[in-house]
Design a protein around this ligand. Structure first.
Ligand SMILES: Cc1ncc(COP(=O)(O)O)c(C=O)c1O
Length: 447
């Protein structure tokens, strides 16, 4: 709840009088407090959007909706209008908004201990890394905060491994990325990007990064074959920002075979595809692949705050020695408690299987619309994309506005593609209601 200036001053006055401030001065200050205008308690959407426009940066172009509440697969705006959330904060609220068990775990831990830094041990980290490694079947975990930090960490690990284990000459390690990749906004992530919006005007870029087309094994093998100094290939199991690009069946397992053949590490970015999103705990399971390094983020905390992790083998993880990498907040007790509960909730509430079943229901429903507007429907689990054909200069962006009008929120990506990715606990009745909204919106759009 917003505290007024008077309330904030009030607490200051209490401590002032405790420290012996004379009552006349206290009274004088109280007078000036009373003169402060009380802000209204309820604001319009425009009020909030104007504030962002006036005081914020323009690094996003949000849909014109101001959200103030979320529960499960639903969101509400400041006017109380209800929406289905088909964006899930880019796959960060797989367990649904404000899941009570995760929230309680957070509140409970917040009242005990939140941050110690890694200068000391805390009583949560050890149990968390044991839990998370057993949960995903890896030897070791390195906790960070955001997804992009997970990517940075993985590349540092791979370069180290390249020098210490593979025998690449110092400072010559090369990392290969897929065209259309997206793994965040740091300079390293920007350096690997093939999207001009991401990199233009931010150079000079990180050396030693190369791109190959996604889903192109021959191009990848050529890179590996021609240069011994390649230490890693980093790739999304399904490309998210590129428009939910699902690779050919078996792509990852063939990539893994190539990596083994040429002694190159496979880094799979599951920041968005992981934590049940695609109907498996990790999307890599579709190919029966265990990469050398797996990156997790987003829903690892159920959307409560940033928690990421890098999972790897003993050999790779132990390349890092004390002082060589870290993060003040990485592995904090609050993150450990929240992530543990978020993963337990996912499993105990059957969300991975639900994502698989609901995903099929969603895609079947979309197909049965037989809409000429939708030229392609693809996805796994509840990580789905549709491609929209333009009509009279209007396309995916305008259709998302129609969805919003009718009570469903999502955003277009790469111009003509729309992501359909609700929280994984969505029910079949809610999927059906969402399909009705989509169908109604398409009819209105094409009318
Ligand atoms: C596949 C993938 N990797 C990494 C990231 C970066 O995560 P963060 O925004 O938490 O840094 C994203 C963000 O959308 C992503 O989609």
């Amino acid at each position: 709840m917003l505290r007024t200036a008077a309330q904030r001053m009030g607490s200051g006055l209490r401590s002032s009088s405790q420290s012996g401030l004379n009552s006349a001065l206290a009274q004088q200050r109280m007078m000036s407090v009373v003169a402060v205008e009380q802000p209204p308690t309820q604001h319009s959407s425009k009020y909030y959007m104007d504030l962002e426009e006036k005081f914020g940066a323009f690094n996003y172009a949000p849909m014109p909706v101001v959200l103030s509440r979320g529960e499960g697969s639903k969101l509400w705006d400041v006017d109380g209008k209800e929406y289905f959330d088909f964006a899930s904060a880019y796959g960060s609220v797989n367990q649904g908004h404000c899941h009570p068990r995760i929230r309680d775990a957070m509140v409970d831990q917040m009242s005990k201990l939140t941050l110690t830094s890694r200068a000391f041990h805390n009583d949560k980290l050890g149990e968390y890394v044991k839990f998370v490694t057993e949960y995903f079947g890896f030897d070791r975990a390195l906790p960070m905060n955001t997804g992009v930090e997970g990517g940075e960490t993985s590349i540092k690990l791979a370069r180290r491994w390249g020098y210490n284990v593979k025998g690449i000459p110092e400072n010559h390690a090369k990392v290969v990325f897929a065209e259309g990749n997206f793994w965040g906004r740091t300079l390293a992530a920007t350096s690997s990007s093939t999207d001009p919006t991401s990199f233009t005007g931010f150079g000079p870029f990180m050396p030693g990064f190369h791109n190959v087309p996604y889903n192109d094994l021959a191009a990848l093998e050529k890179e590996f074959k021609e240069d011994f100094n390649v230490c890693a290939y980093m790739v999304e199991a399904i490309q998210g920002e590129a428009g939910i690009r699902v690779p050919d069946e078996g792509y990852l397992s063939k990539v893994k075979a190539l990596c083994e053949k040429y002694n190159v590490l496979l880094i799979v970015d599951e920041v968005q595809t992981g934590i049940g999103r695609t109907g498996k705990l990790l999307c890599q399971e579709y190919d029966g692949v265990k990469p050398d390094i797996t990156i997790l983020g987003k829903s690892l905390s159920g959307g409560l705050f940033p928690v990421s992790a890098v999972l790897a083998s003993h050999e790779i993880m132990l390349q890092l020695k004390p002082g060589e990498h870290g993060s003040t907040y990485g592995g904090n007790p609050l993150a450990c408690a929240v992530a543990t509960e978020a993963l337990k909730v996912l499993e105990e509430e059957g969300m991975v299987e639900n994502a698989r079943v609901m995903g099929e229901r969603l895609r079947d429903g979309l197909r049965s619309m037989n809409s000429e507007l939708i030229t392609n429907i693809r996805g796994r689990g509840l990580f789905n994309g549709i491609t929209i054909q333009e009509r009279g200069g209007k396309g995916a962006y305008e259709l998302c506005h129609k969805f919003m009008e009718n009570g469903l929120l999502t955003k277009n990506t790469q111009g003509d593609k729309i992501r359909l990715a609700p929280p994984l606990m969505i029910s079949s009745a809610q999927i059906d209601q969402s399909l009705e909204i989509i169908e109604k919106s398409i009819k209105e759009f094409t009318a």
